[in-house]
Ligand binder design. Structure first.
Ligand code: ADP
Ligand code: MG
Length: 224
């Protein structure tokens, strides 16, 4: 049995006029590093949101580990225990510190304040930003902010990290650094890393590149 099994996934909008996902079948093993590429509007973000339990399909199934994501009663538990999210922009909260931002996913985990702070400092250290723990994210550079976002995505020790254009607002040097960091974590923690990107230079870091067009998979290159 594979780690993730996606069968005949469909999602439409505007009363069926827009087929965002049009029958997606996909099997993913634990620890894979996958890049999802494709033109704007091809369904990449829709798929990622469903894999993270942020949205539900019209038809088809997603099973991840023991979770059947059709069971909406368990989606909250699934998200808080299993998934780390990284988005492109506007992903940190201003007027609270970087450490507090990293602690946000820990609130679901019944940790004490002391335990949360210990872990957030460890995670900020991991992304080389321990010295910014008490800074407001708004004084950080774009690359630093995205490193805080990575630290936050790891707060709940997720089995899966879902990243939607995580380097979309960064220059090439910061992009390279962020990808190296994500890849190190993926290998060390055996995390399943799924990155949506329109940037082929980003995709080439992945072990597998899946290409979307009009809500369908048109290429699946497993030996990238
Ligand atoms: N909430 C929504 N309401 C209406 N249409 C949507 C919604 N979300 C996505 N879509 C449409 O679904 C298609 C796929 O979108 P998306 O998954 O965001 O594409 P991508 O991430 O590949 O750019 C697009 O045509 C988009 O406009
Ligand atoms: Mg998108």
């Amino acid at each position: 049995m594979s780690f993730m099994e996606i069968k005949n996934l469909k999602k439409s909008y505007e009363n069926g006029l827009i087929k965002a996902l049009d029958g997606v079948d996909l099997t993913i093993e634990k620890g894979e590093f996958i890049a999802i590429i494709g033109a704007s509007g091809s369904g990449k973000s829709t798929l990622l949101n469903m894999l993270g339990g942020l949205d539900v399909a019209d038809e088809g199934t997603i099973r991840i580990g023991d979770y059947d994501l059709r069971n909406t009663k368990k989606l909250n538990e699934f998200r808080s225990k299993f998934v780390g999210f990284i988005f492109q922009l506007h992903n940190l909260i201003s007027n609270i510190s970087c450490a507090e931002n990293v602690e946000i996913p820990m609130y679901e985990l019944k940790m004490s304040n002391k335990e949360m702070r210990k872990r957030s400092l460890e995670l900020l250290d991991l992304v080389n930003l321990k010295n910014k723990a008490s800074s407001d994210p708004k004084v950080l550079s774009g690359g630093e902010r995205q490193r805080v976002a990575i630290a936050r995505s790891l707060a709940n020790s997720p089995a899966i990290i879902l990243a939607d254009e995580p380097t979309g607002s960064l220059d090439s040097k910061n992009t390279e650094n962020i990808l190296k960091l994500l890849q190190e974590l993926q290998i060390k923690e055996n995390i399943t890393l799924i990155i949506v990107t329109h940037d082929l230079d980003v995709a080439k870091h992945a072990n597998r590149i899946i290409e979307f067009l009009d809500g369908k998979i048109i290429n699946d290159n497993k030996n990238n």
